[in-house]
Ligand binder design. Sequence first.
Ligand code: AMP
Length: 219
Amino acid sequence: MTARLNLIVLGKQGAGKGTQSTALSEKYAIPHVSTGDMLRNAVKAGSELGKQVASILQAGDLVSDDIVNQLVSERFKEPDAQRGVLLDGFPRTIGQAEALEAMLGEEGIKLCINLDVPIELVTQRLSSRRVCQECGTTYKDTDVEAISGTCSNCGGDVIQRADDHPEAIRTRLMNYERDTEPLLSFYGNRGLLVIVDGDQSPGAVTDEIIKVVHERGLA
Ligand code: AMP
């Protein structure tokens, strides 16, 4: 059996994690596991979990480790996750990273890619970001899809995320610095961290990541 390709894409909100994760999950045929998407879907569906987390998401605060660890551990049991996973937005705290190590056992994380983008640029990207509610395609506020409110990919509604307003953006970036940035040392100490300049075209960023995965003999 080939080893599982478990990859983490880390980076500030707006660094391009979603875009890169979509491209890499296609390239390596592993599922894109985004805890943000899973939680937003729960809110949209009005489930018990959704009701519990809705106001936390809207404010840009972090959901508890227990809730997200449970979500991810359930997701790992699905058949499509048996060849590996592309983790986007998880782990976000040291507690989650430790729980992840316990979940994966010997078939651990193979690589953690940090998309490095200056704070001014991510703030600007998040403020002007619009997203399709159906398929998740992202647009800029000046794109025709954002102006018309209709996704050219699937016809879904293009909206501004509830947490892409200035106050929530500030909270999310503060939380990132406090809770998530320590993961750079966590994975750096394990020799698993690669820093990629996220201030390039999406295609150039993907190519750089693919090169690293190849150089490390992971795929
Ligand atoms: P994202 O789409 O990754 O920016 O996530 C959107 C929101 O979902 C975050 O601002 C948090 O409220 C919540 N969330 C997503 N992933 C996590 C996580 N790993 N731990 C805690 N909260 C999370």
